[in-house]
Design a protein around this ligand. Structure first.
Ligand code: CAA
Length: 259
C-alpha cells in the first residue's frame, strides 16, 4: 500500500480494490511513474485470489487530463520508442478480472484512453471526454483512435479526434462510451457498489463472461457465438453453476466458491 507515490491502493474487505489516481496538482496527468505503479497494482490484483473486482477513479476535477505533457515535451522518437511509453498500462485491457473506471471531471487524451481500457465506464454528471492530442501536434497513443471509434462510431470519433473538442457526460452515455451517469458526489460509492455486486458472483465465471464480451470486438459473429457456446457449456463443469442453479430452486442466496 505504502509503496506507491502516484496512486492510492485501497483494498476493501469485500474483494474490491479502489485505486485512486493521485497527482492532484497535475490533474492526474499520466507520467511514467504513475503508469508503472498502475501496471504493478493491476498485476498484483490479478495474482491476489482475494481480489475480485477493481475500481479506478481520479478526483472530482479530473479522472486524468492525459499523458504528462511536461514529461513528454522534449522526448525524441527514440526516447518514446525505447521507453515503451505507456506500455505498463497494457496489463489493464489484458486483465482477466473486471476493472471499472469511475470518471469525474476531465478524461482527456490518455485519461480517456485509460478509462476505455477498463471494462466499462461509470461517469459523474460533469465528466468530460476528449482526445485533444491534435492541439499538441500529436495523436492519441494509448488506443484512442481504435477504442473510441469502436465505442461511439466512426463519424463522431473522427470529429472528436480531428477537432480535439470535448464530449459531455450525457452525450458519452447516449453514444455508448459510458454505461451510465450518476451525480458526481455519488460516483465512487456507486462504482464500488457495482464492483461489490460483481464480486459477489463466482470470480472465474465473471472472468469467462468478460472474455466472451471482449471477444466480440476481435472476431466474426460466427466465431464469437461458437466461443460463447463452448464457454457456456464449460460452466456446467463447475460447482458454482450447480450451486447457482440449486440456490435458485431452493429460493436461497447462492454461495459461490470459485470452483
Ligand atoms: N500534463 C501535464 N500537466 C498537466 C496536464 C497534462 N496532460 N493537464 C493539466 N496539467 C497541469 C497544468 O499544467 C497545471 O499545472 P500548473 O499549475 O503547474 O500550471 C495543472 O495541471 C492544472 O491545470 P490547468 O491550470 O490547465 O487547469 P484548468 O482547469 O485551467 O484546465 C484542462 C483543465 C482543460 C484539463 C487543461 O489542464 C488541459 O487542457 N490539459 C491538457 C489536456 C491534454 O491536452 N491532454 C492530452 C495529453 S497528450 C496525451 O494524452 C497523449 C496520448 O494519447 C498518449
Amino acid at each position: 500500500n505504502g509503496k506507491y507515490n502516484n496512486i492510492i491502493f485501497d483494498k476493501k474487505d469485500n474483494g474490491v480494490v479502489l485505486i485512486t489516481l493521485n497527482r492532484p496538482k497535475a490533474l492526474n496527468a499520466l507520467n511514467q511513474e504513475l503508469c508503472t505503479e498502475l501496471g504493478d497494482a493491476i498485476t498484483n490484483i490479478e495474482k491476489d485470489e482475494t481480489v475480485r473486482a477493481t475500481v479506478i477513479t481520479g478526483s472530482e476535477k479530473a479522472f486524468a487530463a492525459g499523458a504528462d505533457i511536461k514529461e513528454m515535451s522534449s522526448m525524441s522518437f527514440m526516447d518514446v520508442y525505447k521507453s515503451g511509453l505507456f506500455g505498463p498500462l497494457e496489463v489493464i485491457p489484458r486483465a482477466r478480472k473486471p476493472i471499472i473506471a469511475a470518471v469525474n471531471g476531465y478524461a482527456l487524451g490518455g485519461g480517456c484512453e485509460l478509462a476505455m481500457m477498463c471494462d466499462f465506464i461509470i461517469a459523474g454528471d460533469k465528466a468530460k471526454f476528449g482526445q485533444p492530442e491534435i492541439k499538441l501536434g500529436t495523436i492519441p497513443g494509448i488506443g484512442g483512435t481504435q477504442r473510441l471509434t469502436r465505442a461511439i462510431g466512426k463519424a463522431r470519433a473522427m470529429e472528436l479526434t480531428l477537432t480535439g473538442d470535448n464530449m459531455e457526460a450525457e452525450e458519452a452515455r447516449q453514444s455508448g462510451l459510458v454505461s451510465r451517469i450518476v451525480p458526481s458526489e455519488q460516483l465512487v460509492e456507486e462504482a464500488l457498489k457495482t464492483a461489490q455486486k460483481i464480486a459477489s458472483y463466482s470470480s472465474p465465471i465473471v472472468q469467462l463472461a468478460k472474455e466472451c464480451v471482449n471477444k466480440s470486438f476481435e472476431t466474426t459473429l460466427t466465431e464469437g457465438l461458437n466461443l460463447e457456446r463452448r464457454i457456456f457449456q464449460s460452466t456446467f463443469a463447475t460447482s458454482d453453476q450447480k450451486e447457482g442453479m440449486s440456490a435458485f430452486s431452493e429460493k436461497r442466496k447462492a454461495s459461490f466458491k470459485d470452483e
